[in-house]
Design a protein around this ligand. Structure first.
Ligand SMILES: NC(=O)C1=CN([C@@H]2O[C@H](COP(=O)(O)OP(=O)(O)OC[C@H]3O[C@@H](n4cnc5c(N)ncnc54)[C@H](OP(=O)(O)O)[C@@H]3O)[C@@H](O)[C@H]2O)[C@@H](O)CC1
Ligand SMILES: [K+]
Length: 532
């Protein structure tokens, strides 16, 4: 199980192309996928009974292989099918499973639920009845295959699998607990609260409701490739599935493991390496590799950031504080401001002050306002050659053409409203939109949100994993602009500077837990930086 950070992200079509490029049969790939799933599930499930629900496509095929391998290795495993397999590989996988097959609609819950209903082939909502015809063999009482598991006790297996990756800060519980504990604590807050009611007849339930029913009763829920109900490429939840504890992505991460709202249903995402070479111009954001100051460092080698203050000086103060704690050597705030910290060089705004050729990054927009004076300040900023970080009001006063014409490195940090205003509304997915925006403005675009997407004009994209939901508070955007300014002033390539700033910002937020304020976030950048 591989953490997704830094890994390529592939669409469904790209993944299919990568599979085909191996020249191997689907059955051979399915055998590898199913075996890797079995190993991972057994590690997570310990000796608890496992129910694998299998759909009609190759996702279901993976489930049948995993069931066979788990049973061969002594796990207690049951299989429930939604219809008969449709693909040759899935038919062969089902034929390899010698145990009973229950009907999905009638399946009773088990402590461990493995969802192999649908993966990258899902094209429409799961609102058909769960009874879709299936030729099942009756389940024997208990349907227990194989002997007792000869594995070590639960917690030593369980804990290392996800130790340290719990997302405490964003409100989701950590997974380093036993299945029993997980069952006691996870389910009431995640699934059952969202789907309290079920129809009288289980056979009439839509597929997705039966999935919710099984998940609610399980101690641990594991999705194969994707939770069933999610579109693969767009981040859309076609039918909102249960919130899974773990998603095992086959071969590579897919956009919906990262894009909202889909990502929230995936829980902890881990990639299973099934030896399919994958490349992509889209990657999951990774920890940055930042230089630490050497013995010959001085304030200018660490980078000088200038920030233009405007109508609301608190915002530019936050950006300045962030730039300092992200590691800039010299930060100057140009405008009519006052107060601590003493290390911040406050100076009146003038074109002369702006002309300092030691400025490595100029941050414009936090608290700028939209008055004529704001426009004039922005005009002065564009008249320099300094690399730019454009945020907040600057994004409301500019057009993509004008940014492109400014002809120097620029990083734009719009939230959704600013993005729509600058680049127009669209139904396209966030990756596509951000990539197109970067090209239009010939700039790095950081499209902020719980799923921040960073794109370069050449098409490269990095997607940040789910950031703390507590970032939804005033001033955190100003902090991000300052952090990115510090990275740009340190002479990182603009795409890397944007990525490093986003990473530091998210890491600082994670460290703070709930209900922090933007001032604390700026200070916490120091700890994020120290962790590298
Ligand atoms: N990545 C890798 O390297 C490897 C990937 N592999 C695995 O293959 C998976 C992709 O398999 P897949 O293409 O067969 O698609 P999958 O998700 O099983 O579903 C397709 C079926 O669902 C049906 N269907 C769709 N929507 C529906 C609905 N709402 N309600 C009801 N039915 C619906 C659809 O029917 P149709 O639309 O044709 O009527 C079709 O029958 C991938 O996620 C991974 O697990 C491994 O096996 C090998 C290595
Ligand atoms: K699935």
């Amino acid at each position: 199980m591989i953490r997704p950070e830094g890994r390529p992200v592939l669409t469904a079509a790209q993944m299919r192309a990568a599979e085909e490029a191996t020249g191997e049969s689907v059955s051979a790939l399915m055998e590898r996928a199913g075996t890797a799933i079995a190993v991972a599930v057994r590690r997570l499930a310990s000796s608890s009974e496992i129910l694998i629900v299998c759909g009609p496509g190759n996702n279901g095929g993976d489930g049948y292989v995993a069931a066979r391998v788990l049973a061969e290795r002594g796990a207690k495993v049951r299989v429930a099918a939604l219809g008969d397999p449709k693909t040759d590989a899935a038919k062969a996988a089902r034929a390899g499973w010698s145990g009973p097959v229950e009907a999905f609609a009638d399946a009773a819950p088990a402590p461990i639920l493995v969802d192999a209903l649908f993966g990258t082939g899902l094209t429409r909502p799961l609102d058909e009845p769960a009874t879709k015809t299936t030729n099942t063999t009756p389940a024997k009482a208990g349907a227990q295959l194989g002997s007792a598991i000869d594995s070590p006790p639960a917690s030593p297996i369980w804990a290392p699998a996800f130790a340290g990756v719990g997302t405490v800060a964003d409100g989701r519980p950590p997974l380093n607990r036993s299945p029993a504990e997980a069952g006691a604590q996870l389910k009431p807050s995640s699934n059952s609260a969202r789907h309290p009611g079920t129809p009288a007849s289980a056979r009439e339930r839509p597929i997705v409701e039966q999935l919710h029913h099984l998940a609610t009763a399980a101690h641990l829920t594991i999705a194969i490739d994707l939770p069933s109900g999610l579109a693969t490429d767009t981040g859309a939840a076609l039918s909102p599935p249960p919130i899974f504890d773990v998603t095992l992505a086959l071969g590579a991460a897919k956009p919906s493991h990262l894009l909202q709202p889909a990502a929230r249903y995936c829980g902890e995402v881990r990639i299973l390496d099934i030896a399919i070479p994958v490349t992509s111009d889209t990657h999951v954001l990774d920890r940055p590799d930042l230089p630490t100051p050497g013995p010959d460092a001085h304030k200018y080698t660490r980078g000088m950031v200038a920030i233009i203050a405007g109508a609301m000086p608190g915002a530019s103060d936050l950006a300045a504080l962030a730039a300092m704690h992200a590691g800039a050597g010299y930060v100057t705030l140009l405008g009519d401001t006052s107060g601590p910290p003493h290390a911040l060089v406050r100076a009146p705004f003038s074109d002369h002050a702006l002309a300092n050729d030691r400025i490595g990054a100029l941050v414009v927009g936090p608290g700028l306002g939209r008055s004529d004076e704001a426009r004039s300040l922005l005009q002065s900023a564009l008249a320099t050659n300094h690399p730019l970080v454009l945020d907040g009001d600057a994004l409301r006063l500019l057009t993509p053409d004008r940014i492109a014409a400014s002809n120097r490195p620029a990083i734009l940090t719009p939230h959704a409203g600013e993005f729509d205003a600058l680049f127009g509304k669209s139904d396209a997915d966030k990756i596509t939109r951000t990539r197109a925006a970067a090209k239009a403005a010939n700039a790095i675009v950081v499209f902020k949100g719980a799923d921040t997407v960073i794109a370069a004009p050449d098409g490269r994209v990095r997607i940040a994993p789910h950031a703390s939901d507590w970032l939804s508070t005033a001033g955190t955007g100003d902090v991000l602009a300052g952090a990115i300014g510090a990275m740009l002033a340190a002479r990182l390539a603009p795409f890397d500077a944007a990525a490093a700033g986003v990473w530091l910002h998210a890491d600082a937020a994670r460290r703070l837990g709930p209900a922090f304020i933007a001032d604390e976030l700026a200070l916490a950048l120091r700890k994020a930086r120290a962790s590298l």
